[in-house]
Design a protein around this ligand. Structure first.
Ligand code: SF4
Ligand code: SF4
Length: 432
C-alpha cells in the first residue's frame, strides 16, 4: 500500500501519474484574451487593449459557457485563466463565475493593475483556488521601465492590496529579465516579509507567438539565471526536490518515440482567446477550432492524434532525463527554432549549467556538447567556476550589476520563423 502524499505537489504528481494512462483532460489553461493594458518588454503574446481583430474574434461569453460545460463533462478538474490580462475582458467575472459553478478548481494569473474593489469583492464571494499576481519590479522606476506604462506600479500594488485585504489565496511572482534582475531579491522580501505572500520567479523567456524576438532582447544569460538560483536558498531546495522527482526516464514503456513527453494532450490542454484548442499555450501549429467543433471531438480525436505523433529522428533530447527540468519541449522548440525536434541551445545550456552548479548527475544521453567530453563542456565548467566566485562575492556584500539600458525592441518578423504555425499571418490555413 502506498503512503499518503506528503504535500500537494506530491498529491498532484501521483494523480497525474495515475490518470496519465487514462487520458483525461484534468488540467486546462484558457487564455481569455491577449489584450493587456501593459506593454512588457518580455511579453510573448500581448495585444493593445482596443485591438479590433482581437475584440471581434475572441470567444463570446456564451461560447465560454458552452466550452466550460463540455470541459466539466470531459473530466476537467483544474482550470487556469491567463492572458494577456484576464480582467481586460469586461465580462471575465461572468465567465469565471460559471467555471466556479461547474465545480472547477480555478487559478487566476493577473498583473493586478485592473483589480478594482468590485472585482475583489466578487472574488471574495466566489473564491479562486489561488491568484498569482506578477510583479515586475520592487521600485516604480524598474517596474514601469519594464511595463512601459506610467502609473502601472501603483495600480498593481493597489490591486494586490485589494486581494490580500479580502483574505484570498494570493501569491506574487516575477519574470527575471535584464531590466529587473537586480530587484528580484527585494521583490521576494517585499512579498514574504511585508505582505506575507509566497513568491517565485521564472527566467525562461521564449520568442513571441507572432515570431517577434523582443523577449530575447531582455533574456538573462544562462550564468545569470543560475546565479539567481544559487542566491536563493529556497530555490536551491526546491530544485533539489524537483531533481529527486523528475530526473528519470521521461517516457512510459512503448512511448519512447513520442514527440510529446509532457502532460499536454494526455491529461491537459489549452484554449486560446479565439477558441483554438492546442496541446499547450505555446503550441501554435496544431489547432482545433472550438467555435466549430466540440471539446469531445477536439480532445478525443484531434489532440489524441497530435499527441501520438512520432519523432522523425533521434536527438540528444530523446533519452535525456533532464527534459522535465530544462523546459525543452516541442512547443518551445517550434517557437525558438521553427522545428519541434531541434534542441534549444539556450535551454540546454541553462539545464547543464544548473546541473553542474547544483551537483546533479546528468545521465548519458547521446552526443551532447555540454556533457563531459563535449566541445562546450570546458567553457561551461569555467562559467560554473566564475559563478561560484560571483555568488560568494555577492554573499560577502559586493554590489550586484546595475540595471542595463532598455534595448531597442525588434519588430515582429513579417517573414515568419519557418515553423509554419501561421500566427504571424504568413500562412492562413492554421486551423482545420
Ligand atoms: S502584463 Fe502579462 S500579458 Fe500584459 S504585457 Fe505584461 S507580460 Fe504581457
Ligand atoms: S535541451 Fe539539453 S538538457 Fe534539455 S532535454 Fe535536450 S539534451 Fe536534455
Amino acid at each position: 500500500m502506498s503512503l499518503a502524499p506528503r504535500s500537494y505537489t506530491e498529491f498532484t504528481s501521483r494523480l497525474h501519474d495515475r490518470l496519465g494512462r487514462k487520458r483525461v483532460p484534468i488540467d486546462v489553461s484558457i487564455e481569455v484574451t491577449r489584450r493587456c493594458p501593459l506593454e512588457c518588454a518580455h511579453c510573448y503574446n500581448n495585444l493593445p487593449m482596443a485591438d479590433p481583430v482581437a475584440r471581434r474574434e475572441e470567444l463570446t461569453l456564451a461560447q465560454h459557457v458552452r466550452i466550460l460545460d463540455e470541459l466539466a463533462d470531459a473530466g476537467t478538474m483544474w482550470l487556469l485563466y491567463t492572458g494577456g490580462e484576464i480582467f481586460a475582458r469586461a465580462d471575465f467575472l461572468d465567465i469565471y463565475r460559471h467555471a466556479k459553478a461547474k465545480g472547477l478548481i480555478v487559478t487566476l494569473f493577473t498583473n493586478g493593475t485592473l483589480v478594482t474593489e468590485r472585482i475583489a469583492d466578487v472574488l471574495a464571494e466566489w473564491r479562486p483556488f489561488s491568484v498569482e499576481v506578477t510583479l515586475y519590479g520592487r521600485t516604480r522606476e524598474t517596474y514601469e521601465r519594464l511595463t512601459g506604462i506610467p502609473g502601472s506600479y501603483d495600480r498593481c500594488l493597489a490591486g494586490v492590496r485589494r486581494l490580500v485585504d479580502r483574505g484570498l489565496s494570493v501569491s506574487l511572482k516575477t519574470v527575471a529579465v535584464t531590466l529587473n534582475r537586480h530587484e528580484v531579491e527585494d521583490m521576494k522580501r517585499f512579498a514574504r516579509d511585508e505582505l506575507g505572500l509566497e513568491f517565485k520567479f521564472d527566467a525562461m523567456m521564449t520568442p513571441r507567438l507572432d515570431c517577434g524576438k523582443s523577449p530575447l532582447e531582455v533574456r538573462l544569460r544562462p550564468e545569470d539565471i543560475v546565479e539567481l538560483d544559487l542566491l536563493d536558498e529556497d530555490r536551491v531546495r526546491e530544485w533539489a526536490e524537483q531533481a529527486a522527482l523528475f530526473i528519470r526516464p521521461q517516457h512510459l514503456p512503448g512511448h519512447e518515440n513520442d514527440v510529446y513527453h509532457c502532460g499536454g494532450g494526455n491529461n491537459g490542454l489549452s484554449i486560446d482567446p479565439y477558441g483554438g484548442m492546442t496541446i499547450c499555450n505555446f503550441s501554435m501549429r496544431d489547432v482545433y477550432d472550438l467555435k466549430r467543433g466540440t471539446v469531445a471531438d477536439g480532445w478525443g480525436r484531434f489532440l489524441r492524434d497530435v499527441r501520438a505523433r512520432q519523432i522523425t529522428r533521434v536527438t540528444k533530447c530523446t533519452a535525456c532525463q533532464l527534459k522535465s527540468l530544462c523546459g525543452m519541449c516541442p512547443a518551445n522548440a517550434e517557437l525558438e527554432t521553427g522545428d519541434a525536434e531541434t534542441p534549444v541551445d539556450f535551454l540546454c545550456e541553462v539545464a547543464h549549467l544548473r546541473a553542474l552548479a547544483l551537483g546533479w548527475r546528468v545521465p548519458e544521453h547521446g552526443t551532447c556538447e555540454f556533457c563531459p567530453g563535449g566541445p562546450r563542456h570546458a567553457a561551461m565548467a569555467g562559467a560554473a567556476a566564475r559563478l561560484g566566485e560571483r555568488v560568494a562575492a555577492i554573499r560577502a556584500g559586493a554590489r550586484r550589476p546595475a540595471r542595463v539600458a532598455l534595448p531597442v525592441l525588434a519588430a515582429p518578423s513579417g517573414a515568419g520563423c519557418g515553423s509554419g504555425c501561421g500566427s504571424c499571418g504568413t500562412r492562413d490555413e492554421a486551423r482545420w
